[in-house]
Ligand binder design. Structure first.
Ligand code: MV4
Length: 450
């Protein structure tokens, strides 16, 4: 096992990793920008190293600065958290070249899943159900139009280097194909330096269901069920839950096994998420994320496992601490993302926290790096906390969420808390009757957003 690890991240996720490491008796090194000298992750880690000026590009994304911080502190491994360098295959290669360990998958797995055409082709060959569409890339407008006729409209054109909603365009009919195809290609080129695109049948009212997988890198893998993350605004999740209210135990077992077998076959290491659209009782693969996700705590709550601890274990060459048959679901969990944002338009709202009080009690977890008097810097994303509740069933989790939101005090900045109070009044939220378009429609109707 490692004696010391470096955490190449900030905020609540850096703190999350410090906590797992400390319980394992592993020392931690925080890195930080000059804007984060007073950040909680710096205070909580055993050591810290300032790695650059405020901008992410010159600090949390600076590969030489992070490698140097490992060298001066003697850290043996790097946990990337999410965002920043967590899915950067080039970074993983540099880490390995310096005889350090990346706490995550191999550069090769990150590269495969980062190219969406290769990811889909790989998953299809592994028996994972995919959205019907082009076999690989589509090079010409003529081919795109032929596929549109063949598949039937609407279709969606996606940049292979995109993902998370960037570089996608819908064509409702043949007349919209030229513009959609050329725009998706141009966006791929300008945003990612890659103009390759592929085409899929456009699913109109799916849910976003993602399966948590975990591999030991030696051909063993498990699944930890699904999360329903359909409540999103502009591809930013705001409310996530596990298990998914629309998924049966039989469906979970079947798609879970398919996913676990797939990642076992490729010797996948560590935590991964296989994203699906779910419509009319069918799962359709869209993307795989090769990192620990923001919403991992809802899975931890219902399975009673520490996913960061497991990541560190398998990165050090140890076995996972569980097998598939050890993993059973207990109750229901919901996470809401507390962002420093001003409604109705979700404008970032950095500033000084004049008062902070975290909720507590049975079944309540608050993952946050906030404290009284902390100043939220304007340079990074606006997530300032995650409130995660756990109950014996969904109604109990919803009641607990309502209760915990009532206890939470975040003064000095605007937050997304009022949104959650409002959502908990909605019948569709209370019954789990929503899809990927529900929230944007609700925001338009109720807040005039969009
Ligand atoms: C789709 C789709 C409908 N049909 N693909 C958006 C993010 C990226 N991960 C994939 N996305 C979508 N792909 C097909 N064939 C609809 C979306 C989509 C979406 C997916 C998940 C959650 C929210 C979404 C919001 C808009 C569109």
């Amino acid at each position: 096992m490692f004696e010391k690890i470096l955490i190449a991240n900030r905020g609540e996720i850096a703190l999350r990793v410090v906590r797992a490491a400390r319980e394992m008796g592993i020392a931690t090194v925080a890195v930080h920008s000059t804007a984060d000298s007073d950040a909680m992750h710096v205070r909580m880690a055993d050591e810290s190293v300032c790695i650059g000026p405020p901008s992410g590009a010159q600090s949390y994304l600076s590969v030489p600065a992070i490698i140097a911080a490992c060298e001066v502190t003697g850290a043996e491994a790097i946990h990337p958290g999410y965002g920043f360098l967590s899915e950067n295959a080039g970074f993983v290669q540099v880490v390995e070249d310096h005889d350090l360990t990346f706490i995550g998958p191999t550069a090769e797995h990150i590269r495969i899943m980062g190219d969406k055409i290769t990811a889909k082709d790989t998953m299809k060959k592994l028996g994972v159900p995919c959205v019907p569409g082009s076999d690989g890339g589509v090079a010409t407008l003529e081919e795109a139009k032929r596929l549109g006729e063949e598949m039937g409209y609407p279709v969606i054109i996606k940049a292979t280097a995109g993902g998370g909603g960037r570089g996608m365009k819908v064509a409702q009919n043949a007349g919209e194909m030229e513009k959609a195809f050329l725009t998706a290609r141009a966006e791929g080129k300008s945003n990612f330096g890659n103009d390759e695109v592929y085409i899929e049948k456009y699913l109109t009212t799916p849910r976003h269901i993602e399966i948590q997988v975990f591999g030991d890198g030696k051909g063993r893998a498990v699944h930890l069920g699904e999360r329903d993350c359909s409540l999103q605004r502009r591809h930013q999740k705001v409310f996530e839950e596990a298990p998914g209210p629309a998924i049966s135990a039989e469906e979970r077992a079947a798609i879970g096994k398919t996913c676990a077998d797939a990642v076992a076959r490729i010797n996948y290491t560590g935590a991964g998420t296989i994203e699906f659209l779910y419509e009319n009782g069918e799962f359709y693969f869209i993307e795989m994320n090769t990192r620990l996700q923001v919403e991992h705590p809802v899975t931890e709550a219902i399975f009673g496992v520490d996913l960061v601890r497991e990541q560190i274990r398998v990165a050090s060459g140890m076995e996972m601490s569980f097998q598939q048959e050890d993993l059973t679901i207990n109750g229901h969990s919901i996470e809401v993302r507390i962002n420093a944002e001003k409604l109705p338009n979700f404008a970032p709202c950095p500033g000084r926290i004049t008062q902070y009080h975290a909720p507590g009690g049975l079944g309540v977890r608050m993952d946050s790096a906030l404290y009284d008097g902390y100043s939220i810097p304007p340079y990074y994303d606006s997530l300032i906390g995650k409130l995660i509740v756990h109950g014996r069933d969904r109604p109990e989790a919803l009641a607990r969420l309502n209760r915990a939101l009532g206890e939470l005090i975040v003064d000095g900045v605007d937050t997304t808390v009022p949104l959650f109070h409002a959502l908990l009044q909605e019948e569709d939220v209370l019954t789990g009757n929503y899809n990927i378009h529900w929230l944007e429609h609700w925001l338009e109707t109720n807040l005039g957003d969009g």
